[in-house]
Design a protein around this ligand. Structure first.
Ligand SMILES: [Fe+2]
Length: 138
């Protein structure tokens, strides 16, 4: 493949290795979906991406939640609410796709891109900054 739709760079980097590695998986999902879309094959990969989103949500959110509880992150509740929304969205898109609705991949691409920009560079950056201020090294 030529140029990637999203290239991982330092702006996405939170500096917590386990979390960054997982976030790279998200970027990879977006790129694969986009590539398939460009080849007119997005419909074929939608099932796979939806399953991966579900899996991703399970292990990735668990990693974050463990960090939050270990270091008593004060905004845990708000952050976990955002994770719940991700789960709900994923099942909603899954239902739509399974009921034969076409073009769910557009929504997935939009949603995942938005998640990268707003969740990772928003809510996730907030906890990183909080831990930094507390001199907690992760
Ligand atoms: Fe998060």
């Amino acid at each position: 493949m030529g140029k990637k739709f999203i290239t991982w760079n330092e702006f996405y980097e939170l500096g917590i290795e386990s979390i960054d590695e997982q976030h790279k998986k998200l970027v990879d999902m977006i790129n694969r979906l986009y590539d398939a879309f460009m080849e007119g094959k997005a419909q074929d990969i939608t099932d796979e991406i939806l399953d991966e989103m579900e899996e991703y949500a399970h292990y990735h959110f668990k990693t974050e939640e463990e960090i939050f509880s270990e270091y008593e992150y004060p905004d845990t509740e708000t952050h976990l609410l955002l994770h719940t929304v991700f789960f709900e969205r994923t099942s909603l898109y899954k239902e739509e796709h399974n009921s034969g609705k076409e073009n769910v991949h557009y929504k997935l691409l939009d949603y995942l891109k938005d998640w990268l920009l707003n969740h990772i560079q928003g809510a996730d950056v907030q906890y990183v900054e909080y831990f930094k201020k507390q001199n907690i090294t992760l």
